[in-house]
Design a binder for this molecule. Structure first.
Ligand code: F6P
Ligand code: MN
Length: 341
């Protein structure tokens, strides 16, 4: 079977839409190439001495794994010199990374989580790389890019995607015109299209949540989960299934392919305290999920409408099957505590 390569897919998309710029194509190719190298490193595991901790903490106070640092460096190096970027930001770096003056600058901003789900690395389970692409504001041309230039709501993303390093290495990508999956053909080193446009299958009674965090849940989330746990005898009238891989890339990938809902709600007891990062995790995944016919909500409203205030800001995430996400949102509205004056 003759399959479309990532390169050809983007060239055809460029011809068809007339809006996909060659610089954006170069950017995606560059990220995809870096992901290939990351996949190679991960694949070596203990043999490549890439497992274990780096012995440092990142900006969020989390212990960095060796692979977090390796993948971050690979993405920075690959994207610095092509002339397509104005700046980069990463979950693993405190502030933005400007393109060095010796290289030409482009109009795009690239954000990434180099290794998502990194607690899985040392036990040989699926991890991924998540990325998001914004345009630098026009006002940024001719001056140094600042963090403020990144503070754009997720609906402004021009592309988003992830690589998943699992039984196969996959790249899942949206340029704003649907979601497509490519599989890395290791023998020839090419990304070949294996699925798409993806549409989240409706009606799969499956939820993903870390139930050990139930003390943090709002009454609305508790009600939603309790009703599903009640199964056939409960208000849903059907038994639900639960899955949790502790790797957002893997959980979201399952939902894109098989349906269901993913929840990592904010901590109800202390507003603003949440697990997942808006700019590197929630926004790109929300973009993909909406492009595949699903919905993504932070417990209050659409994730893609959240106006960021900081590069490392965290947010509640409820995404997947549109009907299920809307049910959670409706419970949230119904059960909202009155706002104190
Ligand atoms: O990057 C954060 C992350 O690793 C996600 O990939 C994943 O969904 C989540 O954290 C797992 O959280 P927990 O440790 O609570 O299971
Ligand atoms: Mn992550």
């Amino acid at each position: 079977m003759k399959r479309l390569t990532l390169t050809r897919f983007m060239i055809e998309e460029q011809r068809r839409s007339g809006v996909l710029r060659p610089e954006l194509r170069l950017l995606i190719e560059t990220v995809a190439r870096a992901c290939k190298t990351i996949s190679h490193s991960i694949g070596k595991g203990a043999l490549g001495e890439v497992l274990g901790s780096q012995g440092t903490d990142n900006v969020q106070g989390e212990v960095q794994k060796k692979l977090d640092v390796i993948a971050n460096e690979l993405l920075l190096e690959a994207n610095e010199w092509g002339g397509h970027l104005a700046a980069m930001a990463s979950e693993e770096m405190e502030t933005l990374h400007r393109i060095p003056n010796r290289y030409p600058k482009g109009e795009y901003l690239l954000l990434f989580d180099p290794i998502d789900g990194s607690s899985n690395i040392d036990v040989g389970l699926s991890v991924g790389t998540i990325f998001s692409v914004l345009r630098a504001p026009v006002s940024a041309s001719g001056r140094e890019v600042t963090e403020q230039d990144f503070m754009q709501p997720g609906r402004e993303q021009v592309a988003a995607g992830y690589a998943i390093y699992g039984p196969q290495t996959l790249l899942v990508l949206s340029l704003g015109t649907g979601v497509y999956e490519f599989t890395l053909d290791r023998e020839v080193g090419a990304w070949l299209m294996t699925d798409g446009p993806l549409q989240i299958p409706a009606g799969n009674c499956e939820f993903a949540i870390n139930s050990a965090r139930h003390k943090q849940w709002s009454p609305a989330i508790t009600r939603y989960i309790d009703e599903r746990l009640a199964g056939e005898e409960g208000p849903c009238g059907t038994d639900y299934n639960m899955r949790w891989t502790a790797s957002m890339v893997a959980d979201v990938h399952r939902i894109l392919k098989r349906g269901g809902i993913f929840l990592y709600p904010a901590d109800h007891r202390s507003p603003g305290k949440a697990r997942l990062r808006l700019m590197y995790e929630a926004n790109p995944m929300a973009f993909l999920v909406e492009q595949a016919g699903g919905a993504a909500n932070d417990g209050y409203g659409r994730i893609l409408d959240v106006k960021p205030v900081g590069l490392h800001q965290r947010v509640g995430v409820i995404l997947g099957d549109k009907t299920e996400v809307e049910t959670v949102a409706a419970y949230g509205r119904e059960m909202a505590e009155p706002v104190k004056a």
